[in-house]
Ligand binder design. Structure first.
Ligand code: PHE
Length: 334
C-alpha cells in the first residue's frame, strides 16, 4: 500500500490528479488506508499492538509522500491559490480616508479670507454666559438666554458653574469677538483687529433638511478707526464672489442683533434665489465698552455666516443631515 501510494503521488501530473490520488489512498470514507485499518479488528489480541504501530508508520509515510509530491507540484499545491483568482491582474488600491467636506470648506473659507488679511482666531466650545451673552449686550431676561434655546451643561440635573455662571455650549461664534478684543487689549493695545473664527455652535433645533443641533459658523471681526458699513459690504461681496462665483449678488436686510447697530441679515442671490447666509452689522458701542474699548475712538463690523449653508450651496447639497450621517457613499463624493 505504501509504495502504491508513493507511486501514485509521484506520478500525479497536476494538482487535480494528486488530489484524486489522495482520496484513493487517504480518503476518510473509502480510502485504501481505511480498508487496511478496518482489518485491525480481526487481528489476534497478542499481535494488535505491533500491528497498530506498523499501521501508524505506514500512515505517516503516506502522508509524507503526499506532502512531498504536493510541494513538488509548486507553491504548495492548488489549495493555496483560490479558485477564480487571477494573479496577473493589477492589485486593488487600498481606500484611504479623506478630509470631511465641512473641514474642506473651512480650509477654503480660511484661504479666501486670509487673502483679505483676516487671520484665524479660536475660542472654546464650552462657554460662560459672559462671553456668550453679557458682553454681547444680551441682558439676563433676553429670550436668547432661554434654557430651551441653549445647551446648558448639567451634571445629574445640577448646572455646571465654571466660575462665571452656568456653562453652556456656545450658541454662536460671536463669543470669539469678545475673547479676541479682551486679549488684544493686553497684547496689542490700539492695534487694528481683523480676524475670522470658524467653529462649531450648538442650538437645540430638531434636525431637518436645513437644521442640525450642531453646525459651524464663520465669524468675522474688523476693528479700527473709521471702519464703515461700506467696508462690511465690500468684504462680504468679495468673499461671496470668491466662494460662490462672480454671478453672486449680495443683499442686506435690516435686522436686529443686540451686539451690532445697525444690524442686517445677509442674503446672497445665487442661481436666481435669495438665500440667507447669516447676520452682520456694526459693532454695538455697548460691546466695545464691555471689553474696554472706547467707542468714540474705534469702530468695527462683525458678521456671522453659516458654514454648512455655504458648503451646501456651493456643492448642491440639499440635506444638512447628509453631512453628519457618516455615510461613505455621500462623503466619498468630496
Ligand atoms: N451671531 C449671530 C447669529 O448667530 C450672527 C451675527 C454675527 C450677527 C456677527 C451680527 C454680527 O445669528
Amino acid at each position: 500500500l505504501q509504495s502504491d501510494a508513493q507511486n501514485a503521488f509521484d506520478g500525479a501530473a497536476d494538482a487535480d490528479a494528486l488530489e484524486a490520488a489522495r482520496v484513493t489512498f487517504l480518503g476518510a470514507k473509502n480510502g485504501q488506508f481505511k480498508d487496511v485499518q478496518k482489518m485491525l479488528g480481526g487481528i489476534e489480541p497478542a499481535d494488535k499492538r505491533a500491528a497498530g504501530m506498523r499501521l501508524n508508520d505506514v500512515k505517516q509515510a503516506i502522508h509524507t509522500a503526499f506532502e512531498t509530491a504536493q510541494s513538488q507540484l509548486g507553491g504548495g499545491g492548488s489549495s493555496q491559490i483560490e479558485p477564480g483568482f487571477d494573479p496577473s491582474l493589477p492589485g486593488r488600491r487600498p481606500r484611504l480616508g479623506h478630509i470631511h467636506p465641512i473641514t474642506q470648506t473651512i480650509d477654503h473659507l480660511t484661504e479666501i479670507m486670509g487673502r483679505m488679511g483676516f487671520e484665524v482666531a479660536e475660542g472654546p466650545e464650552v462657554e460662560d454666559p459672559f462671553h456668550n451673552f453679557v458682553a454681547l449686550n444680551i441682558p439676563e431676561d433676553h429670550p436668547a438666554r432661554d434654557p430651551l434655546d441653549n445647551f446648558y451643561l448639567a451634571t445629574a440635573g445640577t448646572a455646571v458653574d465654571i466660575g462665571e455662571g452656568d456653562a453652556l455650549l456656545r450658541s454662536q461664534t460671536s463669543t470669539v469677538q469678545i475673547r479676541v478684543m479682551q486679549e488684544r487689549q493686553n497684547s496689542a493695545p490700539g492695534q487694528p483687529i481683523r480676524i475670522i473664527s470658524l467653529g462649531r455652535v450648538y442650538r437645540p433645533d430638531a434636525p431637518d433638511a436645513t437644521h442640525f443641533p450642531m453646525f459651524h459658523q464663520m465669524e468675522g471681526l474688523f476693528v479700527d478707526e473709521h471702519v464703515t458699513m461700506a467696508n462690511l459690504k465690500t468684504v462680504l461681496r468679495v468673499f461671496a464672489n470668491n466662494y460662490l462665483g462672480d454671478d453672486v449678488e449680495i443683499r442686506f436686510r435690516p435686522s436686529f442683533f443686540p451686539f451690532t447697530e445697525p444690524s442686517v441679515e445677509v442674503d446672497f442671490l445665487w442661481n436666481g434665489t435669495w438665500i440667507e447666509f447669516g447676520g452682520a452689522g456694526m459693532v454695538d458701542p455697548n460691546v466695545f465698552e464691555a471689553v474696554g474699548y472706547d467707542p468714540e475712538k474705534v469702530s468695527g463690523f462683525a458678521f456671522g455666516l453659516g458654514v454648512e449653508r455655504l458648503c451646501m450651496r456651493r456643492h448642491g447639497i440639499t440635506d444638512i443631515r447628509d453631512l453628519y450621517s457618516g455615510d461613505l457613499r455621500f462623503l466619498q463624493q468630496f
